[in-house]
Structure formats: C-alpha cells, structure tokens
Design a protein. Structure first.
Length: 373
C-alpha cells in the first residue's frame, strides 16, 4: 500500500498545495512585483478553477485510452512547467499561463491516482488508500507556509524550489506506480458516465461544499489581517495549522468503516460550517481553532467524496472522481464570486456566517442506504 500511497501523497502536495493554493498565499507579493490590480489578481486566480474543470473533463478520456500512469506523469509535468512559468513571469500573461498550467495538474492528478488505487490495491484498502493520498494537500501546505516566511520578498525562489520538488516527485511516481494498462470503460465514455446508483446527492454535496468553502480559501487570510488585525506571521501560522490538521483528514477511510459514509458526511458538513462561524470570533485563538476545524474537515470531506464516487461508479472510478471534483470546482468558482459580492455589500463577518449557513444545507441531502456500507 505504501508503495502506491506515498508517491501519490507527494504528487497531490505538488499539484494542489504548490500548484494551486500557493498563489493565494503569495498573491500580495506577486501582485506588488508585477504591479497587478486586485481585479487582475482575482482574474488570474480564477484561471486555476477553469484549468481544474477542463482537466477533470479530459481526465477520464485520457485514462481510458492511455492509462492512469500516463495521466499521473502528465499531471506532474504540467505542475512543474506551471511553477517554472510563475517563477519567471515578468508580466500578467506569462503569470496567467503558469497559473493555468499548474491548475491543470490538479484536475488530472486526483482521477488518475484514484484509478491507480482501484487497479493496484485490494478492494478493502481502497477507502484508506484514497483518503491518505488526499492528505497531500495538507503536507504541501506545511511546506509552503515556512517557505513563505523564509522567502517573503523573494517569492520566485519559493516557486523554483516548488518546481525542483515537483521534478523529484515526478520521478518517484514514474518509478513507483506500475504502468498498468487498464481500460475502465469498455463502452462509450458517455455510457460509462452513468452511475450504478443515483449520483445526484453526491454532486449536490460536492457543489454545496465547494461553494461554502470558497470564502475560506479566498478571503480567510485577508479577513485575519484586514478585519482582525493579525500580522503576516500570524496569518502564515494560521495557514500552516490548517495544513498540519489537514493530515487528520486521512482518517476518513477508518471513520467511514466505523460510522458509515452517510454519517461521516454529515459530521464533516457540520464541522466545516462551525469552522466558518468560529473564525469571526474576536481572538487569534478562535482563528486557530477555526483553522484546525477547516483544515481537517475539508480534506476529510473531499476524501469522503472520493470514496462515495468510487462506490457509485465502480469500476469507472476515474469518471466518478472527475464528476465529483468537477462539481466541487464549480461550487468553489461560484462561491468565490458570491463571497466577494456579499463582503462588498454587507461585511466579512456577515459573509462568513452566511456561507456557514449555506454549508449546513448539505445536512438535508440523502445518502442512499447502499452507499453507506
């Protein structure tokens, strides 16, 4: 299991934490260096969501014809090239291309690794394997946070280091994960997109989670520094704590075995909404508690979505994961716009509370009895 899971964890760290989420961490310094307006910075950040969704749409097709090993390499190369592009960007367009390429890697990595788990591990280890691979985002955030503190004014060095780590991880995955030629879908790819059981609840759950969590990923750091008066060091500590506790999300497979998928999902929804409410409390302690809750619960929920999707779409797991994460990405894209508008019209505190309430709507979704086993 470790032979497949550990390089998978590292690839998720490179693609998600370095390639996708680090731009939000370094955005103030990048914007200042390239003289970007807030609207330009936001537009470039939205490129990651567009790339993510495009990659998720193409991942099942490429996996079906070329295999998951090929797509894993494609994800790694895309992340490395994107990180190098960001590091050496001298204008808005090159930066946008780098962010876009790095964003593509995330949409290719998750379905390919999910397919690798299904092909290489016995069924009883699928939930645990997918859950632990998904914690790679947390491990990556742990690395990116200290690098930000070390190279705050030299963000290009951080991105060069990210790219170097990406090369090492790419070679590791190439050697560790077998080039198994599997054809998950032997029929038309469109026929295989139909789940074995109704999947509308899964897609709605992903959409709601994506929308409600978007405000946190996009505006939490600004809220801490602008509204609560936190220093940059405290804001980065908040980021690191969120990453460290994200590793706890790897317990999703074990918790699903204990209390079943339906109750695991409801527990995650409740804790995620609480994290959005706690951050508005007027103390740094409350902010750190919020980071603990959000970091662990977000990874926990996305792990649940992977397990849920694999059960619905077995043996076409890459299609299920792609559709679930596509709904998550669409939710985050829409949520970012809604959050910005809500903050502008009302206030940050009102917006966080409103999005906490939005997330609670997920409690009313019904998980089919068969899926809960």
């Amino acid at each position: 299991m470790k032979k497949i899971v550990l390089p998978g964890v590292a690839l998720i760290a490179v693609c998600y934490a370095f390639g996708r989420f680090s731009y939000g961490l370094f955005m103030p310094e990048i914007s200042e260096a390239l003289q970007l307006s807030e609207s330009a910075s936001g537009a470039i950040n939205s490129a990651t969501y567009i790339a993510y969704c495009l990659a998720l749409l193409t991942a099942p097709l490429i996996i079906n014809f070329k295999g998951h090993h090929y797509v894993i390499q494609l994800a790694g190369i895309s992340a490395i090239v994107g990180l190098i592009g960001i590091a050496f960007s001298h204008d808005t367009w090159l930066l946008a291309v780098g962010v876009f390429l790095a964003g593509l890697s995330t949409g290719w990595a998750s379905p390919a690794l999910g397919n690798a788990i299904s092909a290489e591990l016995p069924p009883e280890l699928h939930a645990k394997g997918n859950s632990w691979i998904n914690t790679g985002t947390g491990f990556g955030i742990i690395v990116s946070g200290p690098l930000y503190l070390l190279f705050t004014d030299y963000w290009r060095i951080s991105y060069i280091l990210f790219a170097v780590i990406g090369v090492i991880v790419l070679v590791w995955n190439r050697q560790a994960i077998p080039a198994t030629q599997t054809i998950p879908c032997t029929k038309s790819i469109w026929s295989c997109m139909k789940p074995t059981r109704p999947g509308s609840a899964l897609l709605m759950a992903c959409l709601l989670t994506g929308a409600s969590s978007a405000i946190y990923w996009t505006f939490a750091r600004n809220f801490l520094t602008d509204d609560k008066g936190a220093s940059d060091s405290e804001a980065v500590l908040f980021w690191i704590v969120m990453g460290v506790t994200g590793i706890l999300g790897g317990s999703a497979g074990l918790i699903i075995e204990r209390i079943k998928l339906g109750w695991s999902y409801r527990l995650g929804v409740l804790l995620l909404s609480i994290s959005l409410g706690v951050i508005v409390l007027p103390s740094m302690t409350a902010s750190l508690i919020s980071a603990v809750l959000f970091g662990s619960t977000y990874i926990f929920l996305t792990s649940i979505f992977i397990v849920w999707a694999t059960r619905l779409f077995e043996p076409n797991v890459s299609i299920g994961i792609s559709l679930a994460f596509l709904a998550l990405g669409v939710g985050q894209f829409l949520g970012s716009f809604m959050a910005g508008y809500t903050i502008e019209v009302f206030s940050s505190r009102t917006a966080f509370m409103a999005f906490a309430a939005l997330g609670l709507l997920g409690l009313f979704l019904r998980v089919n009895p068969v899926e809960q086993n």
